[in-house]
Design a protein. Structure first.
Length: 282
């Protein structure tokens, strides 16, 4: 697997930034929609007040006879229609405001995640990369019990590279994917349990660490911190962003470690070759 160069990292960073810009545009559009709904609601309320006044005048008999009764019936029908329209618009407004809050929370979380992703790519030390991933899991995802798995050299089994509170849920090495983990790795799609019902295999989330079609590890989350009851739709986006950046950082760190080992081996070989020449000169 070729090592990602600087241009590829810049492209990934720009892609993440474009995604954030798109979400911000969505928020602005929702704000405009909510404002339009509020204006329309106020207009309809004003019309309803005028109709109510007309209804009172009609009941007082100021319009007189059959014409007054006809006006009264029309006013009553319009009032009912407008009241229903106002109710519908208020419901739409409530839905839009709720979605607006969700998007604002997502934007805030993605911006924080975007900043944290730079920490992932700021080091080529695998231990430091794993530490940053753990910080993101706790501080931004709200994970209490989790495991970070990395693919072994055999390309078939996984080992636990970092964890918190597993209590024997997984062996430390030789893990063969099955169940939710096998499905996640097979599809390279994150599994995030957002329902209030019990999660499958007690796994709240299973996220592949993948670059393209190559998977180098996975994140498993078993429980959340007390202040977070369950995952929301926004967390799916966060996990997707984390999976891609974490995979890239892990691959880069592993390639760097291999390169360092090769350099040290070559230096040792050169030292051995230089020693006889030094002895002959002596």
């Amino acid at each position: 697997m070729p090592e990602p160069d600087g241009s590829q990292r810049v492209e990934r960073a720009l892609a993440s930034l474009d995604a954030l810009v798109d979400h911000l545009r969505g928020v602005e559009q929702l704000r405009e929609d909510v404002a339009a709904v509020v204006v329309e609601s106020q207009r309809l309320k004003a019309d309803n007040v005028r109709l109510a006044k007309a209804l009172v005048l009609a009941q007082q008999g100021k319009e007189g006879g059959a014409e007054g009764l006809a006006t009264l019936r029309v006013a009553q029908e319009k009032a009912q229609v407008y009241q229903q329209q106002v109710q519908d618009l208020l419901e739409v407004q409530t839905d839009l405001e709720s979605r607006l809050l969700e998007l604002e929370e997502l934007n805030s979380s993605m911006m924080s995640m975007y900043v944290s992703s730079f920490q992932l790519h700021a080091t080529l030390d695998l231990a430091e990369v794993l530490r940053v991933i753990e910080e993101i899991l706790v501080n931004f995802i709200g994970a209490r019990t989790y495991a970070l798995l990395l693919l072994d050299d055999d390309g078939e089994t996984f080992r636990v590279a970092a964890s918190q509170g597993l209590d024997g849920r997984l062996p430390s090495a030789g893990i063969r994917p099955r169940g939710v983990l096998a499905e996640t790795l097979g599809s390279l799609t994150a599994y995030v349990h957002t329902s209030s019902r019990s999660a499958r295999e007690s796994i709240m989330a299973a996220v592949p660490l993948a670059m393209g079609k190559t998977c180098v590890g996975a994140i498993l989350v078993y429980s959340l911190l007390s202040q977070k009851e369950r995952f929301l739709r926004n967390d799916v986006e966060l996990f997707s962003l984390l999976g891609g950046h974490a995979a890239s950082a892990v691959v880069s760190a592993k390639l760097y470690m291999k390169a360092v080992r090769k350099v040290k081996t070559l230096q040792a070989m050169l030292s051995l070759l230089e020693e006889p020449a030094g002895d002959e000169r002596g």
